[in-house]
Write a protein that binds this ligand. Structure first.
Ligand code: NAD
Ligand code: ZN
Length: 382
């Protein structure tokens, strides 16, 4: 089959690899119809993780079931399914509590929790930027999609990761109706956090970034754009909230946060959140941080440490929630919002291309070239 293979920093290419196949009775085999490029892929693409060369990327996958193992009961050949980027078992101590991002069964390292398709440090599983994908524990991991899924793939494809991840960020931040919310990052994840905050009836949603095209997308759903290339975002947010700071804060950037001149500062958004969220406010962090980053320009962060403004955080009585999103905790309900027309996450899609154009798509998305907000790849060429 054809698949996008990671060959090293900023080197990816579509090549022939061994076909994905059923390996265990609980597996499902999916023909991928849509697979998205994610900001998380870029950490790997840029060589900022321990991703092994030769592996297939792609964790935002949907498609049609073409084969099921003997132990699969519910999922049927022909079903259109969304696959949460987390690969989980459904029966371990964490999965039982809905914490499927921290599954104890699927990692290949007994000291780890959580696994994902085509992801550095998250198990040996290949990704879905390929013609076919093996889905372990298929009954548990496949969300069978409504009838209109084939025609509305640009919406339903967001269920594998970024729509639930944006929603998770607002859950970690405990967003309630009437709250003011500040979101750092207007990439796909930040935009989905903004959509989620709007769906939860936040009274004021402020999104901080410096890319005009991305800020314009935030404005399209009624959020307030805060352009940090035009002034200190903390001052701007505090001015918009009568000096108090926002009730809730969302971090949707991660360890490659940088200033507007491009200098990386992994503590930048965390500290800006402490300063632009109110006393007793709550903060959700879904932007990725990793345990070590040997090529970080920050000496501290090479060991995974950041100069966090803990004194102010503590003094303000704030609370922070972190981590990968438990996609399965939300994807069924969010699919319902899409089906009934209450959410249209496809508004951020900028490109739909065949898998053969994956390498150039990575280049443009990595450069944050204007207009390259979210790329969907179609391995079936559709
Ligand atoms: P992206 O790289 O496209 O978007 C990040 C945005 O942050 C960019 O628009 C950039 O301009 C902006 N930014 C950079 N520095 C900033 C700063 N100091 N202040 C404000 N904005 C700043 O990526 P994405 O796809 O939106 O993903 C965002 C993060 O979420 C990544 O770290 C990704 O790995 C992570 N992620 C986490 C999960 C999870 O489960 N927790 C899931 C998916 C993605
Ligand atoms: Zn992703």
């Amino acid at each position: 089959m054809k698949a996008l293979v990671y060959d090293g920093p900023r080197e990816v290419g579509v090549r022939d690899v061994p076909d994905a196949r059923i390996e265990r009775p609980t597996d499902v085999l999916v023909k991928i119809t849509t697979t998205n490029i994610c900001g998380s892929d870029l950490h790997m693409y840029e060589g900022r993780t321990n991703m092994e060369t030769g592996r297939v990327l792609g964790h935002e996958n949907m498609g049609e079931v073409i084969e099921v193992g003997d132990g699969v009961d519910k999922v049927r050949v022909g079903d259109m399914v969304s696959l949460p980027f987390n690969i989980s078992c459904g029966f371990c101590r964490n999965c039982e509590h809905g914490l499927t991002a921290f599954c104890l069964t699927t990692p290949d390292d007994p000291t780890m929790a959580g696994a994902a398709y085509g992801f550095a440090g998250m198990g040996p599983y290949n990704g879905g930027q390929a013609e076919y994908l093996r889905v372990p524990y298929g009954d548990h991991n496949c969300l069978v999609l409504p009838e209109d899924a084939r025609e509305r793939q640009a919406d339903y494809t967001m269920l594998s990761d970024i729509f639930p991840t944006g929603w998770h960020c607002t859950e970690l931040a405990r967003v309630q109706p009437g709250d003011s919310v500040v979101i750092y990052g207007a990439g796909p994840v930040g935009l989905m956090a903004a959509l989620s905050a709007q769906l939860k009836s936040a009274s004021q949603v402020m999104v901080v970034d410096r890319h005009p095209d991305r800020l314009a997308l935030a404005e399209q759903i009624g959020a307030i754009a805060v352009d940090d290339s035009k002034g200190n975002p903390v001052d701007h947010v505090n001015a918009l909230t009568n000096g108090a700071g926002a009730d809730r804060g969302c971090e949707c950037v991660g360890y490659q946060a940088h200033d507007t001149a491009g200098h990386e500062q992994p503590n930048m958004t965390l500290n800006n959140l402490v300063q632009s969220v109110k006393f007793t406010g709550t903060i959700g962090v879904v932007g990725v941080f990793i345990a070590e980053d040997p090529s970080s320009p920050s000496k501290l962060y090479r060991e995974g440490e950041v100069a966090f403004d803990y004194g102010s955080f503590w003094f303000k009585g704030q609370t922070m929630g972190t981590g990968q999103a438990n996609v399965k905790a939300y994807n069924r309900q969010l699919a319902g919002l899409i089906e009934k027309g209450k959410a249209k996450p496809s508004w951020i899609v900028s490109h739909e291309l065949p898998l053969t154009q994956a390498a150039e798509s990575y280049q443009h998305f990595d450069a944050r070239d204007e207009g390259w907000t979210k790329v969907l790849l179609h391995p079936d060429g559709a």
